[in-house]
Design a protein around this ligand. Structure first.
Ligand code: GLA
Length: 386
């Protein structure tokens, strides 16, 4: 039993006087395909070995009692009075709300929450929290919801209880992860396939800027609206079948460029190229061409920074230092942007040198120490056997 599971079990026994079921749901990385999910495009995430852990047991009432160890905060609510709040509690409220709405059984439970996903690090701790709670309730009350149904409940929670108009990538990854694999998800129909990340000499390394600019969620929602504006204009031109950027080719966009504002054009162009990069990237991974894949990651970063404009000086700095570091296969910003982490594919043999170099140069430039995580592609949400 890991330290985390031991401590959550002990804490649960102390607070609630019984034995919990312990479940965990992971954070995610995304190799390529950013901001494409809410545009019905493709993403390529994998679950990682950083997780939210929950100790959960039924309490035979109508009340959910929560204790979050990391914040040392408690919160209780009854299932007939659910409203969004500010803070981590809203994710549990939202999942409970949408479980009820979907017709699932949910009764009172006691919950202890802990985890090792850095909050604000862009690895989606909030999606992991939703996934873990949805998974636990599904298990305890034997609801038989699929992992995809739970992911959609998590996404609705994020959309309506946290007011971030996110796509499905994070919740999907947290619930469907498979050790050693990434997942190519088509967000237009939710079909997915596993692709082995089979490069034993390489590691996926995240470098955390340790900043999370306050713009993040408002700018995120703005990007979504700008893409929707592009789709609406292209629908006027091309006809009613145009429902998302997925229905538009690069050629069609270029031919109608002058009908869109410069900003909307650039947002749409980025998404179309990012989908192309992802499709090519999957072929390269299958063909074991990591160098070629790395080039696509650099193209993705360039696009996110200059065309989609969701990067920030800290991310641009880390990416440019990493991509020029000898031996690094690829580097780019990851996730929503405006802070969080870069994702880097690096030979295990040079990680120590890379880490010292990055830490030193970043400290000099930004007077902050970046955290560096060497990740392992892992399984999705599940029960931890004790
Ligand atoms: C956040 C969102 C995801 C996705 C990424 C950007 O992580 O939660 O749905 O849009 O940003 O790719």
């Amino acid at each position: 039993m890991t330290e985390m599971v031991k401590s959550i079990t002990t804490l649960f026994q102390e607070r609630f006087n019984k034995q919990p079921l312990v479940v965990a749901a992971p954070g995610r990385v995304n190799l390529i395909g950013e901001h494409t999910d809410y545009n019905q495009g493709f993403v390529l995430p994998g679950a990682v070995d950083k997780r939210i852990y929950l100790g959960v047991a039924e309490n035979h009432s109508n009340t959910i009692n929560l204790y979050a160890k990391q914040y040392n905060e408690s919160f209780s609510f009854t299932l007939d009075d659910i409203k969004p709040v500010k803070g981590w509690q809203t994710y549990i409220l939202g999942v409970s709300f949408y479980l009820i709405q979907s017709g699932a059984t949910i009764r009172g439970v006691d919950v202890v929450i802990d985890g090792d996903i850095p909050v604000g690090g862009g690895m989606s701790s909030s999606a992991a929290l939703c996934s873990a709670f949805g998974y636990a309730v599904n298990k305890i009350f034997d609801n038989g919801l699929s992992a995809m149904q739970l992911a959609l409940i998590g996404q609705k929670t994020e959309n309506h209880f946290a007011e971030v108009q996110c796509g499905i990538m994070d919740q999907f990854a947290s619930l469907h992860g498979k050790a050693g694999n990434v997942m190519k998800l088509d967000c237009s129909n939710l079909e997915y396939e596993y692709i082995p990340f089979d490069f034993p000499e390489y590691k996926i390394v995240l470098v955390n800027t340790m900043v999370s600019h306050t713009l993040a969620s408002t700018e995120y929602n703005t990007r979504r609206l700008q893409c929707e504006e592009g789709v609406a204009i292209m629908r006027e031109i091309l006809g009613p079948d145009i429902l998302s950027l997925r229905n538009i080719s690069i050629e069609q966009l270029e031919a109608n460029k002058n009908k869109l504002s410069e900003t909307v054009y650039r947002r749409c162009a980025f998404i179309l190229h990012e989908n192309q990069r992802l499709l090519r990237g999957c072929e390269l991974l299958r063909g074991h061409d990591l160098k070629g894949f790395g080039e696509l990651m650099h193209g993705s970063h360039e696009g996110l920074s200059k065309w989609y404009e969701v990067s920030c000086p800290e991310l641009d700095f880390l990416q440019s230092k990493a991509r020029n570091f000898k031996g690094v296969a690829g580097s780019r910003m990851m996730g929503g942007g405006f802070g969080g982490c870069t994702i880097n594919i690096i030979p295990a043999a040079i990680i120590d040198d890379f880490s010292s170099y990055i830490t030193e140069t970043y400290e000099t430039q930004f007077k902050k120490t970046p955290e560096i995580y060497i990740t392992q592609l892992s399984d999705g949400a599940g029960v931890i056997e004790q």
